[in-house]
Design a protein around this ligand. Structure first.
Ligand code: AMP
Ligand code: MG
Length: 272
């Protein structure tokens, strides 16, 4: 994953330096990759159970990407099979009137994981330096301050026991066209087609610019960004699953200590 990790203030050129078709060391090995993904599902399920039982660490996964980049698909695939207890998905939409009356982190802080929980953000506080910037919803003097505010917020979370993993799902504009056409061509996917996506597609370069700057300004050592090549769904899922499993393993999680003298209770029950 190191090759996909971004350093703080690193100069980014997403379209030139990051190939969304990249398959790492897995080129030509799709079948193996898909088989490995099944193993990772099992591992993730077991790790999440200990995370929940231990009630110590908090895990926050942030997913960002252009429309059709695969945020929903990643959630469906990577977390396939995990116990919904202790796992939560928060999708951030256009803020409501009440949310608008508060600072942009108000609704976000409310959704962060507690002890033992794993939370996935489907979009996030980063929209405040993406869509807000691209569509001039705030003056630059306001949104520019959000980089530091985000870094401070994420530092607070990590200093109080949260692990933050941030993934930018990187597709190119041609792939987006294919995916939008697929939505139009498949009746079961019509509901996913949002005409507004075409408006966003028309300002693709502005989004790329906003993403580059946001990722670079907020890829701190305590909450770094990973740029995930995402034209191939299976590779995207494999990378993210593998990484999440590795990070959870590093926590060295343990089941809580058992009650003393379990034998005594067994005898008590057997003697009933
Ligand atoms: P979707 O993820 O396709 O359901 O769309 C959610 C929409 O909400 C996207 O168009 C986002 O850009 C938009 N959105 C999310 N957060 C914000 C925000 N803070 N300000 C304005 N729009 C937002
Ligand atoms: Mg959408």
């Amino acid at each position: 994953m190191d090759r996909y990790r971004i350093k703080l203030n690193q100069k980014l050129n997403l379209e030139k330096d990051f190939d969304p078709n990249d398959l790492g060391d897995w080129g030509g090995k799709k079948n193996e990759g898909v088989a490995k993904l099944a193993d990772l599902h099992l591992e993730l399920d077991q790790l999440q159970e200990v995370l929940y039982a231990e009630h110590k660490h908090k895990v926050l996964i942030v997913l960002q990407g252009m429309d059709t980049a695969g945020k929903d698909g990643t959630i469906r695939s990577v977390f396939d099979g995990v116990n919904p207890q202790g796992v939560n998905v928060s999708s951030f939409k256009v803020p409501t009137a009440i949310e608008m009356d508060h600072d942009f982190l108000w609704r976000v802080h409310d959704q962060v994981p507690g002890k033992g929980e794993l939370v996935i953000f489907n979009r996030s506080h980063y929209e405040q330096v993406l869509v807000v910037r691209v569509h001039n919803l705030e003056p630059e003097s306001d949104w520019r301050k959000h980089y530091q505010q985000i870094n401070d917020f994420e530092r607070l979370l990590t200093e109080t026991g949260t692990i933050i993993l941030k993934f930018f799902l990187h597709i190119d504009r041609d792939e987006q066209k294919n995916r939008l056409l697929e939505r139009l061509d498949t009746p079961e996917k019509h509901w996913k087609f949002n005409p507004a996506d075409l408006v966003e597609r028309n300002v693709w370069p502005e989004y790329i610019k906003a993403y580059q700057e946001a990722i670079s300004a907020t890829s701190t050592d305590y909450a770094p960004w990973y740029v995930i090549p995402s034209n191939h769904n299976w590779y995207r899922n494999l990378l993210i699953s593998n990484f999440v499993v590795d990070e959870l393993k590093k926590l060295n999680m343990q089941y809580p200590p058992e009650a003393e003298n379990l034998d005594q209770y067994r005898k008590q029950l057997e003697g009933e």
